[in-house]
Design a protein around this ligand. Structure first.
Ligand code: AMP
Ligand code: MG
Length: 407
């Protein structure tokens, strides 16, 4: 049985980043940049007004006060989208709207709130500072500036910044295509009748959603029966993608042929047993350059082993720079007993109260009890030598990205 850290290193060392593709900007949310993005323009392109008000020469208003306003001639109007056709001279002002280019001669904008106009004369009651309310050309970005680096994960801020510099097409890393396959004579798919000897195939759906969350494109291949012929056929189809994930049939039962068939397809098996709980046994290898996972069939084991091993692989393939969930310290709310020997991923509920995280298990932790995943927003990660967690003890908790209650 390999220690978890060692197995994870093997998995990541054997994972290659995929190539890139060019896609429309609006489709890039959640993707990873495959190019450095430079600005081809100055933003703002010209000095412009940050306020609705009057563009003036500051020297004309430096003495202005509530009692002794400066009085200037209004020479025209400038709105956002317009361009100045005259300059401001001494004794003059141009009425200007937010975003409009500041006309030549003017160096300052006075807010409308600090003025009052009558006819074409504006009274200015406050001097302010020279240059006030003027946004300088290029203060946001300048032509040739590096806006975003290769390897940046694209969220809304990054996407907006690329729109800002007028970029319609973006080079991003490709998403891994992940074949998802279940095995078992006892399984019925969701569109099949549940006869008395069958249970619903849940793994395909749980795993496919995990693939999507990790930035992959899932292809559900359906169920292979526990015969070599059926496995041979489905695994053959499954090798058409970038990654193959099989659940079930990797244990030591009489009908667990998955490893045998993977060998027929020439798998370079790296390991098939790791010291984690739930999740023993789990197989990992390469067919060509393609990572192949044989995950244990018990629904919780399947999901936990996906989370621990397959998720980082998909993130790495998709160009993401970081592969792991946030880890926080949390205070155990209750006692928890454990059998030492394997790193335990206890399905848990974490909440935030009085300045710290608190954690408790979701209850029954059997590897077939999928409700333990349904209620969880985190894993309490207990090292392999841990026998007991006492209330008040600080433990490591991996946040799964769902909502956390704040009290
Ligand atoms: P196996 O790893 O094939 O020995 O399966 C272990 C347990 O997980 C058995 O109780 C199976 O019935 C169950 N199981 C395997 N695959 C699935 C699946 N796709 N959906 C739900 N349960 C499954
Ligand atoms: Mg089975």
């Amino acid at each position: 049985m390999r220690p978890l850290e060692e197995a994870l290193k093997i998995v990541l060392d054997n994972t290659k980043v995929l190539g890139t593709e060019r896609i429309p900007l609006q489709d890039t949310y959640g993707r990873v940049l495959g190019e450095d993005v430079y600005s081809s323009l100055y933003l703002p392109p010209w000095d412009n007004s940050a306020m609705d008000g009057y563009a003036v020469k500051w020297e004309d208003i430096r003495e202005a006060s509530q009692d002794r306003p400066a009085k200037l001639h209004i020479m025209g109007d400038l709105r956002a989208g317009g361009m100045p056709d005259k300059s401001v001279r001494n004794g003059e002002a141009i009425r200007i709207m937010t975003g409009a280019p500041v006309p030549g001669g003017a160096d300052t904008v006075v807010r409308v709130e600090d003025t009052k106009f009558e006819g074409n004369i504006v009274s200015i009651f406050r001097s302010g500072k020279m240059g006030e309310n003027v946004r300088k050309k290029g203060e946001n970005v300048r032509k040739g500036d590096l806006v975003l680096k290769t390897g940046t994960t694209i969220g809304s801020g990054q996407l907006g910044s690329m729109a800002m510099v007028g970029k319609p097409l973006v080079t991003v890393y490709r998403k891994p295509v992940v074949m998802v396959m279940s095995t078992g004579d006892e399984l019925a798919d969701l569109d099949e009748d549940l006869t008395e000897n069958k249970i619903p195939n849940s793994n395909s759906y749980a795993v496919a959603s995990q693939v999507s969350e990790a930035g992959g494109i899932p292809h559900i291949l359906g169920i292979a029966r526990d015969t070599k012929e059926s496995l041979r056929e489905k695994i053959g189809q499954g090798l058409a993608g970038d990654v193959l994930i099989v659940s079930g049939g990797v244990s030591v039962g009489q009908y667990d042929f998955v490893k045998d068939i993977l060998k027929e397809y020439g798998i370079d098996m790296k390991f098939w047993s790791v010291g984690i709980k739930p999740g023993h046994p789990i197989a990992f290898g390469l067919v060509g350059e393609r990572p192949v996972f044989g995950l244990p069939g018990n629904p919780v084991s399947t999901m936990v082993t996906f989370e621990v091993f397959a998720r980082p692989v998909l993130l790495k393939m998709g160009g993401h720079p970081l592969f792991f969930r946030p880890l926080v310290d949390a205070v155990a709310e209750e006692e928890f007993h454990d059998r030492p020997g394997r790193t335990h991923f206890v399905r848990a509920i974490v909440r935030y109260k009085d300045g710290k995280y608190l954690v408790r298990s979701t209850g029954t932790q059997g590897s077939g009890v999928l409700m333990s995943m349904a209620y969880a927003n985190s894993f309490m990660v207990l090292s392999s030598d841990k026998e007991k967690v006492l209330p008040g003890e600080v433990v490591k908790v991996q946040l799964l990205g769902g909502p956390v209650n704040y009290e």
